[in-house]
Design a binder for this molecule. Structure first.
Ligand code: ZN
Length: 140
């Protein structure tokens, strides 16, 4: 949905890494905002008041950073006063060999039952707008 970051970039200092991380949230927030603007236009909505977003843990997004980025980008847009609810979804994996299902909260993808590493990810990669609330211009 959003553009991929450029290739690996080595940097020593942590401030730069933090900045790059924040840029990740920025680009996601930017993607969300463009979808919202298109959706609002399509539905004749003039102002967005609340947005519910689902984000899988494997996306490596920081919910707080995402909210801040969204707030900053939404300024002067129809989502300027929108509240962004970020629901994080825990990663879940299933073993293709024995069928065991587990919460991969610690990013473990080896099967806890049979120890094979032939697993598929069931949840944790989500990134979408579940719903949003808005107002039409003349609701009177
Ligand atoms: Zn297994």
């Amino acid at each position: 949905m959003v553009g991929r970051a450029a290739g690996p970039l080595r940097a020593g200092g942590s401030p730069l890494i933090r900045e790059r991380r924040a840029m990740h949230e920025m680009s996601v927030a930017h993607g969300l905002l463009s979808i919202l603007q298109a959706q609002a236009k399509a539905h004749g909505i003039a102002r967005i008041s609340r947005v519910r977003v689902k984000v899988g843990r494997l996306r490596g997004l920081d919910a707080r950073q995402l909210r801040l980025a969204f707030e900053a980008l939404a300024e002067d847009s129809l989502a300027a006063e929108a509240e962004l609810d970020v629901e994080e979804i825990v990663a879940q994996a299933r073993c293709r060999a024995c069928g065991a299902v587990w919460r991969a909260a610690d990013y473990r993808f080896d099967c806890p039952e049979c120890a094979l590493s032939d697993s598929e990810i069931l949840a944790g990669r989500e990134l979408y707008i579940e719903s949003f609330d808005g107002e039409r211009p003349d609701s009177g």
